[in-house]
Design a protein around this ligand. Structure first.
Ligand SMILES: [Zn+2]
Length: 530
C-alpha cells in the first residue's frame, strides 16, 4: 500500500464523480489523489510521515475552476484605486484623494471597478482633482471616465472629425468631450497613457492576485483574452516554482487581426506546461447592454433608435473562426446580446459544415439574453455556455441600468441559466473578474437566490449541486481536462478545497459566509486558514 502525503478525513466530500458521489476521506500522494472513500479505508494509506487533516464534517470538493477571468489585467489593476465599493460621489472623492496621497510619485490617478451613474462628466472629476490626470474604468471594462487634464493629454478634448474603429468619445457642447469614453479605442486613447507597473511589480501583483484566488478555493482559471506575451508572464512564474494556480490562456483575435496573426495562437497552443497552457482563441462579438453596445435581436427598451453593429460580421467571424477551428483551437466568444449569441451560433454551425464536426467544445461567454429558439442549438452544436452568475442583476430594485436597457419583454430570457441547462447545454461557471468578484460563494449566492424581475418570469436559479458541478467537473470539461481534474477521484490531480461549513446545511441566503479553509493545488497546500 503506498503511503499518502496527506489524508483528509471526516469530510463531507462532494466528489463531482457520478460513479462515487459521496465520500468521507481522501488520500493524496505527490500531485495525485490515490484514494477516495471511508475514514477506515483511508487508514491503510497512513504512515508516520502522513499529514492527517480533520475535515470536521465540512464540505470538500475538487478545486474550483473559474472559466472566465482577466488575471494579468486584473492583477495590474489591483495596483490602482479600487472603486468597486463606491456608491456615491463622496465615496469616490475619498478613494481617489486617498490614492493620490498614497501614490504621490505616480503622475496618474487611475481607478477601476466603478458602477454606472455615479459620475458621467469630466467636470465632476475635475472637482475632485484637476491638476493630475484621472482615469476611472467601469466595473465591466466597457466604459471609462476621464477628467479634463487626462482628455487634454490624450488630445481628444476637441472633435477632430476622426471616427474610431471601435468606441465612442461622447461629445457635448461644441464637440467637446464630456469625459465619458465608451469601449476599446475611446477608453484606450486615455488608458494607454497610464504607465504600467514594471516587470517586478507586475509579478508581485500577479502573485498577490493568485493568492487571493487560492483563498477562495480556486485552483484553476481560464484567462480570457491573452497573447503570447501574457502566456509567457505566467510561464515565467511556473518556471520560477512560484505558480500556485493552473491557467488556460486563449489568444485574443481582434477584429483587425489578419489570418497570419493566428500563427501566434497556434504557437501558444504548443505551450502545455503543468500549470500554464494555451490552446484556445477568444473573440468579442459585441459589447455590453449598459453602454448600448450589446448586439441585440430587438431594439433597446429605453433607446429604441440605437442601432448596434456586431464587432465581426457573420462572414468575417466564420472565416477567422473556421481557420482557428482548423488549427484545432477551442473558440470562445464574448456575447452579451441575444443577437451576438445567435450570430456566434450561426458561425459555429457554418464552421462545422466547412471543417466537419469534431469534439471542438467551442464556447459562448456571458449569454446575458438568449432567444428561446437559440437555446437548443447549444446542445445540438456541442457548444458550451460559459456563464457568470453575479453579472445578473440580483433584483429589479437593485439594478439601475441593465433592466432598463433590456426591458420586461426580455427579462424572461435574461441570464437564462436554468433554461439553458434544461435545454441540454453544457454549463460552466465563472466570475469574469474584474467585472465581478471571483469569490465563488458570491457567484453561487446569486445563482441560488436571484429574484425574478417580474412575477411572471421563469425561475432561472440553479441548485447548489449544479453550481458546484459548473465550477468543477463541467468547468474541467470546458478546457478538455475532465479526465485529469474537476472531480475528487482516484488518479485525478490533487486539486482540492475544504470549506468552513457543510455547504448543504447552510441556508442559501447565508452561503456567502462560507469560506475556504484549505486549498490544495497539485498536491501542495497553497492556502490554509487555521
Ligand atoms: Zn471577460
Amino acid at each position: 500500500m503506498p503511503s499518502a502525503d496527506v489524508i483528509i478525513r471526516n469530510a463531507k466530500i462532494f466528489t463531482s464523480d457520478e460513479s462515487n458521489p459521496g465520500a468521507e476521506a481522501v488520500a493524496v500522494k505527490g500531485n495525485r489523489i490515490i484514494y477516495v472513500g471511508t475514514n477506515a479505508g483511508a487508514e491503510s494509506f497512513k504512515d508516520q510521515s502522513t499529514r492527517v487533516i480533520n475535515g470536521q464534517g465540512h464540505t470538500l470538493t475538487a478545486g474550483f475552476i473559474d472559466t472566465h477571468v482577466h488575471l494579468l489585467w486584473g492583477s495590474i489593476w489591483m495596483g490602482s484605486a479600487q472603486l468597486q465599493d463606491v456608491r456615491t460621489k463622496e465615496d469616490l472623492n475619498k478613494v481617489l484623494l486617498d490614492f493620490a496621497n498614497d501614490n504621490k510619485t505616480n503622475p496618474w490617478v487611475a481607478g477601476r471597478g466603478i458602477k454606472y451613474s455615479i459620475v458621467s462628466t469630466r467636470q465632476e472629476l475635475d472637482e475632485i482633482i484637476a491638476d493630475r490626470p484621472i482615469y476611472i474604468g467601469a466595473f465591466d471594462g466597457h466604459t471609462g471616465w476621464a477628467n479634463t487634464k487626462a482628455l487634454e493629454m490624450a488630445g481628444i478634448m476637441h472633435d477632430d472629425g476622426r471616427a474610431l474603429a471601435n468606441g465612442i468619445i461622447v461629445r457635448g457642447n461644441k464637440g467637446l468631450a464630456t469625459g465619458e469614453l465608451r469601449e476599446g479605442d475611446a477608453m484606450n486613447a486615455v488608458m494607454d497613457l497610464v504607465p504600467l507597473p514594471d516587470a517586478n511589480r507586475k509579478r508581485e501583483l500577479l502573485k498577490l492576485a493568485i493568492r487571493e484566488f487560492n483563498k477562495t478555493g480556486i485552483t484553476s482559471v481560464h484567462n480570457m483574452n491573452g497573447d503570447m506575451e501574457e502566456l509567457m508572464a505566467y510561464a515565467a512564474l511556473e518556471d520560477a516554482g512560484e505558480m500556485n494556480m493552473r491557467i488556460y490562456v486563449p489568444y485574443h483575435v481582434k477584429p483587425e487581426a489578419t489570418e497570419e496573426m493566428l500563427a501566434e495562437a497556434a504557437e501558444m497552443a504548443k505551450v502545455q506546461m503543468d500549470y500554464v497552457r494555451g490552446g484556445a482563441v477568444k473573440f468579442f462579438m459585441d459589447g455590453v447592454w449598459e453602454s448600448y453596445t450589446a448586439f441585440n435581436v430587438h431594439p433597446y427598451a429605453d433607446e429604441p433608435d440605437v442601432k448596434v453593429e456586431p464587432i465581426f460580421s457573420l462572414e468575417h467571424f466564420t472565416r477567422m473562426a473556421s481557420l482557428c477551428d482548423k488549427l484545432g483551437l477551442q473558440i470562445a466568444v464574448h456575447c452579451c446580446g441575444d443577437g451576438a449569441v445567435r450570430q456566434t451560433l450561426d458561425g459555429y454551425e457554418a464552421i462545422q459544415k466547412i471543417n466537419g464536426k469534431r469534439d471542438s467544445r467551442h464556447r459562448v461567454e456571458h449569454i446575458e439574453v438568449c432567444q428561446p429558439e437559440d437555446m437548443p442549438r447549444f446542445r445540438e452544436l456541442g457548444v458550451i455556455a460559459s456563464m457568470q452568475t453575479s453579472h445578473a442583476p440580483f433584483s429589479l430594485e437593485e439594478d439601475l441600468v441593465w433592466t432598463k436597457r433590456t426591458g420586461p419583454e426580455r427579462w424572461p430570457i435574461s441570464f437564462p441559466w436554468r433554461d439553458l441547462k434544461n435545454s441540454g447545454a453544457h454549463l460552466s461557471l465563472g466570475s469574469d473578474w474584474t467585472v465581478a468578484p471571483f469569490d465563488p460563494m458570491i457567484n453561487i449566492y446569486v445563482a441560488l437566490n436571484r429574484r425574478k424581475y417580474a412575477p411572471t418570469d421563469p425561475d432561472q436559479r440553479l441548485t447548489l449541486e449544479e453550481c458546484i458541478l459548473g465550477y468543477t467537473r463541467d468547468a474541467a470539461y470546458t478546457e478538455f481536462m475532465e479526465n485529469e481534474k474537476g472531480q475528487v477521484r482516484e488518479g485525478y490531480l490533487a486539486d482540492l478545497v475544504l470549506f468552513s461549513h457543510d455547504l448543504f446545511e447552510v441556508p442559501a441566503e447565508e452561503i456567502r459566509t462560507v469560506q475556504a479553509v484549505m486549498t490544495m493545488m497539485d498536491g501542495r497546500i497553497v492556502f490554509e486558514n487555521n
